[in-house]
Write a protein that binds this ligand. Structure first.
Ligand code: 5GP
Ligand code: ZN
Length: 113
């Protein structure tokens, strides 16, 4: 999608700090980290949010989930992490390209604010 920030990052039109990449996904450091390690994991396919996932996206989503542990290790996380996807207004999603926040390097609080 031409006017999507994360599509531009995936295409390399906007610079980013890459952690991992394969045919399905791109993972890079968040520009405003909320934890010592804060990586964004995004599908290369433009999907606006979890609300916009279709049944045919299931295999892609499964492959992404199955890579999270490996990406956490590459990012330097050694003691657990949290994976979050904000969706819609109450979820406080600000970029409309599906992404998963991988947060680690400190204990997380529960419930989230
Ligand atoms: P959301 O609020 O949609 O769940 O998450 C969007 C995330 O993208 C935020 O954590 C924000 O810091 C991050 N972000 C926004 N613009 C950029 C950018 O240009 N580069 C990087 N690396 N992260 C960004
Ligand atoms: Zn996009």
């Amino acid at each position: 999608m031409s006017d999507c920030l994360f599509c531009k990052i995936i295409e390399g039109e906007i610079p980013s700090s890459k952690v991992y990449e394969d045919g399905d996904l791109y993972a890079f450091r968040d520009i405003e980290p909320q934890a010592p390690v804060h990586v964004l994991i995004v599908p290369k396919k433009h999907i606006a949010s979890l609300d916009d996932c279709k049944p045919e996206d299931g295999a892609l989503l499964g492959r992404i989930m199955a890579k999270v542990g490996e990406i956490a290790k590459i990012a330097g996380i050694t003691n657990g992490y949290r994976l979050v996807s904000n969706c819609g207004e109450d979820g406080f999603q600000t970029v409309e390209h599906l992404h998963f926040h991988l947060l680690g390097g400190r204990p997380m609080t529960w419930p989230p604010g």
